[in-house]
Structure formats: C-alpha cells, structure tokens
Design a protein around this ligand. Structure first.
Ligand SMILES: Nc1nc2c(c(=O)[nH]1)N[C@H]1C(S)=C(S)[C@@H](COP(=O)(O)O)O[C@H]1N2
Ligand SMILES: [Mo]
Length: 436
C-alpha cells in the first residue's frame, strides 16, 4: 500500500542552511562500548609500527618457527582481528534469548559474510538439534503427508544460491532520527551467504499440493516456535530448504541443521530449525504477523504482510567505527541490496546531495544479494556529508528517510530503508547524522 516516492534528495536544503541532527544517544553508546569507543584507531592517532620489524631489518616472525599444522583443527581469524566480532546493544532487549547482535559491516569487504560474523536474531535462544533426531514434516492440504530426515533432504537435487537476509527491524531505531553511532548497529542486521539447498518446490511436488492449497505455514523447532505464513507462489518460485552456508553445515545460530530461505523477503520468514510446513488455503495470522512485524501507520491502521525488503544501501567505510585516517588517496566502500532483484546502480554524494556520482560496482551482481560498491577519492581534510542511494532493476530508487516518514509516519520499527547520512569531520571522525 505504500510505494516509496522515487525522487529522493528533493528535501535537502542548501549547504549554508543545512543543520545536522546528530546521534542523540552517542554519549550513552560510548559507555556501553558502542560507537566511536569501539573504533580500533582514533582519527589522527594511527598506531605506530615497531621500527625493529621494518625493512631493512629481519622481523621477529622470521626468526622463529610458526605453529604446526595441528595447532588449529578448525581455523580461526588472526589474533590481531579480535575486534572483528558481532556486537549487541545491551539496553535494546529485555533478555539475551530474545535478542539480536549485529554484523560488523565496516570490517568486511566483498559480498560474502563469514559464518562466524552473521548477525543472530532469535526469539527463544538458539536451539541445539541432534542431526539424527532432525525431522521435517510436510502436511495439510497435500496428497501425501511426508516426514523427511536430514539425509532424505540431501538426496534431492540441490542448488547453490547467494542471498541477503535482512531483519525487518534493521535500521528500526533510526525512524525518529539518528540514534546509533556506527553502521554495525544502524545496518548490521543483514548477512549474505551462499546456501546449499533443496528447492522447496521439489519437496512440495513430492507431497503433492492440493488445488485449494494457497499458503504455507513454516514453523521452527526452537522454544519460540517461530511461525510465518508464506504464499504458495513464493514457495514454488525461489524458496529453499538450506542445510549449508558458505560451504559448511549451517551454524547453530543460523538454524542448524535446516533453515528456510525466502529470498528478498523479511528475515523473520526465514524460519530456522525448520520443523514443519503445513499447506493451507489462507494465511494463519500468527503472532509474528499480527502483533509483530506489522507497521503502525499515522492514521492508526497497520500495514501487514510487508514481505519484500525494498532497495537499500549504506556506506560502510568511512562510517563512525571506521573513520578516515589519512589524507590523500582513499576508498569509500559500501553495500547495496534489493529484495526485488538485482542492484543496477548506486549513487554516492559527499556533499550532502548537491552532487551525486555513480559508484563503481565491483564483483558479483546477483539477484537479491548484497552488492559491493566503491568510490575511489582524494581527501584533503574537508568536511564530507556522505550518502548512498541504491537503484534496482524494477526502477525502484532508495528514498530519503523523510520521504519514508511522509508515507509511513514514525510509529514504526520495520522496513526503514531510507538513505543514511555520515558526517566526516576534518579530523576524519565520522558521525551518524541527518540533514534537515
Ligand atoms: N525458528 C526461528 N526462526 C527464526 C527466528 C526465530 O527466533 N526462530 N528469528 C527470525 C528473525 S526475526 C530473523 S531476522 C532471522 C535471523 O536470522 P539469523 O539469525 O541467521 O541472522 O531469523 C528468523 N528465523
Ligand atoms: Mo527479524
């Protein structure tokens, strides 16, 4: 019911009259280790190398043998990368079990999210399922109700697909203005992995959907028993029953041993620890699609079944946790995605919307996947007001936050795909702001 306006940038005022609304919680954030406090290096105070290890000297690590091959049966990141972790915001949720942590987007590059850094969102903790005891049941309006073991699933023809998963609440704290000082927290409820999976279509064909079967109910085996209604057309089109991510078994947090993949649609439909799929003739109107995952509009009505994640983008570097450290040659980097298909173009402005340039998209451009973009630029210490704007193959253009507020109001948590603004100060420090 709400189509976002397609003329972003129109409400940006001139430079002289521009006011910045900065992150209101920046101070509190620093205390809980969020935001600038978590940046590895402060602008202008780049860590200094030990001259002993620099050319022409022989560095320390060339004088001793390294670890043998058995030291790490399962490899870990370098110990110098300890800061690259999922982080959470303690005050955001009442319990650890129904909570969320965030992908450190500003530390990553390319389009694939490493398994150990995929944000987690669960409503009743991460279930631990013994693979031998795992079963997937398909029942309801089918000719032949079926129960599959994990091995049964792995005997169906499989496919590999790279898709983003974005929580509908990603950027949800920003509806009323800039809040969280770091792209890990404003945009980190997204990950992008390659799934090895069986198309859901194959299993539904095996069971034989009756002619009046029009909707599916997907249910998780966790304590939260997550349930969502999914239109049959979507299920037959591109939904997947996934058992591997980035080549290895799903992580416990991501639904081991099996999760549902619903490409381009809101994260809560991607049921983890998938237990059963029921075929019915109408949606179920579960708790997760009535009291939750609906959006209260200004007129008091609620927007429901808002499945698709609209096109969105964010500049990951520079950003509050990744300030500019040096003048001269610099790389601006970011991510763009769309639940409607491929990203076709990303525009970037460094002066708050007066001038836009087309970013350089690099690497794979895939359907309903994160897409990496860059702008290679020269920085002479001037203040920058950085934004990015994604376009997708349907012609949809990412709106400004104010344009979104006009159609959706501010009583909202979900589906905030508005344009993000970072203010880079002349010392390189970067802040979450909004332009008024
Ligand atoms: N069974 C089950 N599935 C679930 C959830 C859950 O709590 N239980 N959370 C959902 C929500 S709200 C999101 S955003 C995604 C998060 O997936 P991730 O943990 O792999 O990031 O899983 C979805 N699937
Ligand atoms: Mo979510």
């Amino acid at each position: 019911m709400t189509k976002s306006p397609s003329e972003p940038g129109s409400d940006v005022t001139t430079t002289s009259r521009r006011k910045f609304m900065t992150s209101t919680l920046a101070g509190g954030m620093a205390m809980t280790g969020v935001g600038r406090a978590s940046a590895q290096q402060k602008p202008g105070s780049a860590a200094v190398a030990n001259p002993k290890n620099l050319p022409p000297n022989v560095p320390d690590w060339s004088k001793v043998l390294g670890d043998g091959v058995a030291a790490h049966p399962y490899g870990k990141p370098s110990k110098f990368e300890k800061h690259v972790v999922r982080r959470d915001v303690e005050w955001l949720t009442a319990s650890r079990e129904s909570s969320v942590n965030f992908t450190p987007l500003h530390e990553l590059d390319g389009i694939i999210t490493p398994n150990g850094l995929c944000f987690e969102r669960h409503h009743g903790g991460a279930a631990e399922i013994k693979p031998l005891d795992y079963r997937l049941m398909i029942h309801g309006l089918v000719n032949k109700p079926l129960i599959f073991t994990l091995d049964d699933l792995k005997r169906f023809p499989r496919t590999n697909r790279i898709h983003f998963l974005e929580c509908a609440a990603n950027s949800g704290m920003e509806w009323r203005g800039a809040q969280l000082n770091g792209c890990q927290f404003t945009h980190g409820m997204v990950h992008n992995v390659m799934y090895t999976a069986v198309p859901l279509k194959a299993l539904l064909e095996e069971a034989g959907v009756k002619p009046n079967g029009k909707w599916l109910l997907a249910e998780g085996a966790d304590a939260a028993g997550m349930t969502r209604s999914i239109p049959l057309d979507k299920a037959l089109n591109d939904c997947l029953i996934a058992f591997k991510m980035n080549g290895e078994a799903l992580r416990t947090e991501q639904g081991y041993p099996v999760r549902l993949v619903v490409p381009g649609w809101e994260g809560n439909m991607w049921v983890k620890w998938l237990r059963r799929i029921e075929v019915g003739d109408q949606p179920w109107h579960t708790h997760e699609e009535t009291s939750k995952y609906t959006s209260l509009m200004s007129d008091g009505r609620a927007r429901r079944f808002s499945f698709i994640m609209d096109a969105k983008s964010v500049v990951t570097n520079p950003s509050p946790e990744a300030p500019l450290l040096a003048k001269g040659r610099n790389v601006l980097s970011g991510l763009a995605w769309s639940g409607r298909g491929k990203v076709t173009r990303v525009d970037v402005t460094m002066d708050g919307g007066r001038n836009w340039q087309e970013a350089r998209i690099d690497g794979l451009v895939l359907d309903k996947s994160l897409t990496r973009f860059y702008v290679d630029f020269d920085w002479q210490g001037q203040e920058l007001v950085i934004q990015s704007r994604a376009h997708d193959e349907t012609g949809y253009v990412q709106p400004t936050k104010n344009e979104l507020r006009k159609v959706r109001g501010v009583n909202n948590i979900y589906h905030n795909n508005g344009i993000q603004t970072w203010l880079v100060r002349s010392n390189g420090e970067t802040e979450n702001v909004e332009i008024s």
